[in-house]
Design a binder for this molecule. Structure first.
Ligand SMILES: NC(=O)c1ccc[n+]([C@@H]2O[C@H](COP(=O)([O-])OP(=O)(O)OC[C@H]3O[C@@H](n4cnc5c(N)ncnc54)[C@H](OP(=O)(O)O)[C@@H]3O)[C@@H](O)[C@H]2O)c1
Length: 268
C-alpha cells in the first residue's frame, strides 16, 4: 500500500499514504523519518509551522534513499499572508529541508489560525498573493505540485477565479465522524485531490468501542480500520506516529471495508 500512488492533474504522482509529522519534535524528527523510510514510507508530510523541517531533511539523508524516490510535502504557515512572506517561506523550507526541490507545497490554512473558527474576514486577496508565490516557484521548477489546506469551497473558488494554475490538492480533516461530502464533490469536479489529515482523529478515535468492534470483525487494529476508511473515502491519507512498530501497523491496510460498513462508519 505504501507504494501505491495517485496522480495530480499535471501527471505528478503522490503516494496514497504519507507519514504525518505534526507534533513530531525537531530533535526526534530525523530518527522518525529515517525509520519511516526504512519500513517503506515514501511520502512525508511536514510544515514550516511544525518546526521540524530540518530534522525531516536530516532523516531523508540518513535513510540513504535517493531523494527523488521520496515525496515531501510542506506548507506555508497560516499566518503568512503576503507574497513576499510566502516567497521567503518557500526559500526557507528548501533551505531547512536541504533539498533542490519540494514535491508539494500547500497554503496551510486560508486564515491565520486564531481566526479560523470565527472567519470574520475571508482573506481572499491575501491568499491569491500567497498562491502567486507558489505558482512562481512551481514555474521555476522548485515545486512539483501546489495546493491548499483547510480551504472551503469559497476559498478554492477564489483561487480558481483569480489564479493561473488550479490547486492540485486540498488537505483537510477527514476521519470517521469528520467528513465533508459537498467539499469532496467540489474538489472531485475540479480535479483537486482530497487528502485526509488526522485519520485517527489525532488518536481520539482509537478508544472508540464501535470502531474497535468493527476492527475485530476484519481482524485488524482500530488504527488500521481508521486509515483504511480514509483511503476508501478519499484519495490520500497521513497517519502520524513516532513509533516504528506503529508505522508498520499503520501501513498494513490491504483489506477492503464492505460498502455496508463504510456507510455505518460514514454515519458515525
Ligand atoms: N493541514 C493541516 O492543517 C493538518 C492538521 C493536522 C494534521 N495534519 C497532518 O496529518 C497528520 C496526521 O494527523 P494527526 O497528527 O492529527 O493525527 P493522527 O494521525 O490522526 O493520529 C496520531 C496520534 O495517534 C497515535 N497513533 C498513531 N498510530 C497509532 C497506532 N497504530 N496505535 C495507537 N496509537 C497510534 C499517535 O501517537 P504516537 O506518535 O505516539 O505513536 C498520535 O498521538 C499530521 O501529523 C500532519 O502531517 C495536517
Amino acid at each position: 500500500m505504501l507504494k501505491k500512488t495517485v496522480s495530480f492533474y499535471n501527471g505528478v504522482e503522490i503516494p496514497v499514504i504519507g507519514l504525518g509529522t505534526w507534533q513530531t519534535p525537531e530533535d526526534i524528527a530525523a530518527r522518525v523519518v529515517k525509520e519511516g523510510i526504512e519500513v517503506g514510507y515514501i511520502h512525508i508530510d511536514t510544515a514550516a509551522a511544525y518546526r521540524n523541517e530540518h530534522g525531516v531533511g536530516e532523516g531523508l539523508k540518513l535513510s540513504g534513499v535517493d531523494r527523488k524516490k521520496i515525496f515531501i510535502t510542506t506548507k506555508i504557515p497560516a499566518e503568512l499572508k503576503t507574497y513576499e512572506e510566502a516567497k521567503e517561506s518557500i526559500r526557507k523550507s528548501l533551505e531547512l529541508l536541504d533539498v533542490d526541490y519540494i514535491d508539494l507545497i500547500i497554503i496551510h490554512c486560508p486564515t491565520p489560525w486564531r481566526e479560523y473558527f470565527l472567519r470574520r474576514k475571508d482573506y481572499f486577496k491575501e491568499n491569491v498573493a500567497v498562491y502567486r508565490a507558489l505558482e512562481e516557484a512551481y514555474e521555476e521548477g522548485k515545486i512539483r505540485a501546489i495546493g491548499v489546506s483547510n480551504f472551503n469551497i469559497a476559498d478554492i473558488q477564489n483561487i480558481l477565479d483569480n489564479c493561473k494554475i488550479k490547486p492540485m490538492i486540498n488537505q483537510i480533516p477527514w476521519y470517521i465522524g469528520c467528513r465533508d461530502e459537498a467539499l469532496k464533490a467540489y474538489c472531485n469536479r475540479h480535479q483537486i485531490l482530497v487528502e485526509s489529515y488526522s485519520p485517527l482523529g489525532t488518536g481520539k478515535l482509537l478508544g472508540n468501542k464501535k470502531i474497535a468492534k468493527m476492527a475485530e470483525k476484519y481482524g485488524v487494529t482500530p488504527a488500521q480500520l481508521c486509515i483504511r476508511f480514509a483511503l476508501q473515502d478519499v484519495d490520500i491519507t497521513l497517519p502520524k506516529t513516532t513509533h516504528k512498530d506503529r508505522m508498520i501497523e499503520n501501513a498494513k491496510v490491504d483489506f477492503e471495508i464492505s460498502e455496508e460498513d463504510m456507510e455505518t462508519l460514514k454515519n458515525m
